[in-house]
Structure formats: structure tokens, C-alpha cells
Design a protein around this ligand. Structure first.
Ligand SMILES: [Ca+2]
Length: 258
């Protein structure tokens, strides 16, 4: 685990000025993050918050780590349980079976207004069958565990003697001390031509060219650590398009006095 120093920081999206600067510098021929174009409206207004220092795992929880938890506890994740009719009124009966949502690239370009064009509910998809019942974790021990619901994450954290972060703690950790900048490493997406995190290249969602070395999701230590020593995943800076299978925030932390 690494120590995230406590202190005051500005929580929330980058200012409109920063968004405009990044947009002006971007290649107009390439698609741009819609959140950036909209000015990260779901993360405004930025405001000052203070957190105490705390410990955080360096990486997302991996399949190998999660497997140890399952073997020790025989815990059954939400995706492996039959959904309850009362939780999903109006759902078709054939969808009330254990499963989860998987990313499936459409064959052609599609409108980005309808996410059902690339997300599909797959019966039998769960952490150990990430792409559906015919998939498994062969060769994926060091990939982040996926198809994890909030209560699954809480159960894992409790077993590991840790806890989930608050939103403010998580953002403090993700920023790596870089305040008001677009990415945890600054405002330049590829400083010196270097890929800093797993992101999407190509036209989303139908073409993932993997120019950054990874199509779909990446193993946990594939890209550089942020200034706090955390290995950055796209989810940690909010600019990457979720790739592969349902991404989760499975990076656990505990407070110094826990
Ligand atoms: Ca990629």
C-alpha cells in the first residue's frame, strides 16, 4: 500500500478554461471525450475539501487477489445471484437470470447517445467468466477483477481488513497532487509521446486500435504510477473510455488509524 498524504485540495472537474485549452490543443480530426466537451458538468462546481492521510493499494484488486477472497469465504457475488423481480420491475423474465453487462464492439459506427449499442446483458457473466460463460481467467491473474458490485467490493474490503474510499479520498489519490489539471500527470495527454494510461484509440465503440499497447482492459502494472505511487487506470482520471468488460473501482484503502 502507499501513503496518500492528507490535506486540502480542490475536488471536482477541471475549470472551463482548462477544458477549452485541452480542446484547442486536441487534433480536430479525432473524436474527443464528450465529458471534456461538456466541461465535466457532473463534477462541478469544484470545491475545496480536506481529507486525513490514508493508505491505499497501489493497484486495482486483481483476479488473483479476488480469487483468494472467494476461496477463503465462498462468497457469491451479486452477478452470480438471480436478480429479484422486485428490484427490476418490468424486466423481461429471460433477463432475470444471473449475469452482468459486457462490452461488445458493434461492427459499424453507432450514435453515442445509446449505450445499449455496445453494452449487453450476458447471462453467466461474472468475475470468473468475464466475457460470459465460455470465457475464463486464463492468463488474466494480474488483470483487475470485473463484474463487481458495490456490496461485493465492501465484502472484499472487510475480509482484507480494509475499507472502500470516500469519494473525496479517491479523488485525492487519483489526482496524485496535481490540482486543477486535466490528467494526474498534467495537461498534456502524451508527454514526450509516452502513453500514461490505458485509453481508447480509434473510433469508439467499434474500433479499438490499441496503439497504447492494450486493446480492451490492461493488466494492473502496465502504465506508469502517478506521483503518489498509484498505478493509474482510466477510471482513476475519468477521461478514458471504459474498455473491455465492466470496469470497477476496486482499489481499496484504509485510514492510517484503522
Ligand atoms: Ca488501450
Amino acid at each position: 500500500m502507499v501513503w496518500i498524504p492528507g490535506g486540502k485540495f480542490r475536488m471536482g472537474g477541471p475549470t472551463e478554461e482548462v477544458c477549452q485549452k485541452v480542446l484547442q490543443a486536441a487534433d480536430p480530426r479525432k473524436p474527443c471525450c464528450s465529458l471534456l466537451q461538456a466541461g465535466f458538468t457532473d463534477a462541478q462546481p469544484a470545491h475545496e475539501v480536506e481529507v486525513d492521510g490514508f493508505w491505499m493499494d497501489e493497484t486495482e484488486v486483481t483476479n488473483a487477489q479476488f480469487r483468494k477472497f472467494i476461496e477463503a469465504t465462498h462468497y457469491v457475488t451479486v452477478a452470480e445471484r438471480k436478480p429479484r423481480r422486485e428490484d427490476f420491475p418490468g424486466a423481461a423474465e429471460e433477463l432475470l437470470v444471473p449475469g452482468s453487462v459486457c462490452f461488445e464492439a458493434p461492427e459499424h459506427a453507432v450514435s453515442l447517445n445509446d449505450f445499449s449499442a455496445w453494452w449487453r446483458y450476458v447471462p453467466g457473466a461474472c468475475w470468473k467468466h468475464p466475457g460470459g460463460p465460455n470465457s475464463d481467467l486464463t492468463g488474466r491473474d494480474d488483470f483487475p477483477v470485473v463484474h463487481i458490485a458495490y456490496e461485493d467490493a465492501e465484502a472484499y474490503a472487510k475480509w482484507a481488513g480494509k475499507r472502500l474510499p470516500t469519494e473525496a479520498e479517491w479523488e485525492r489519490a487519483a489526482r496524485g497532487g496535481k490540482e486543477g489539471e486535466t490528467y494526474p500527470w498534467g495537461n498534456e495527454f502524451r508527454p514526450g509521446g509516452k502513453w500514461m494510461a490505458n485509453t481508447w484509440q480509434g473510433k469508439f465503440p467499434n474500433t479499438d486500435t490499441g496503439e497504447d499497447g492494450c486493446k480492451g482492459i490492461a493488466p494492473v502494472r502496465r502504465y506508469p504510477a502517478n506521483p503518489y505511487g498509484l498505478l493509474i487506470c482510466p477510471e482513476m482520471f475519468g477521461s478514458g473510455v471504459p474498455t473491455g468488460i465492466v470496469p470497477t473501482r476496486t482499489q481499496w484503502m484504509r485510514s492510517a488509524d484503522a
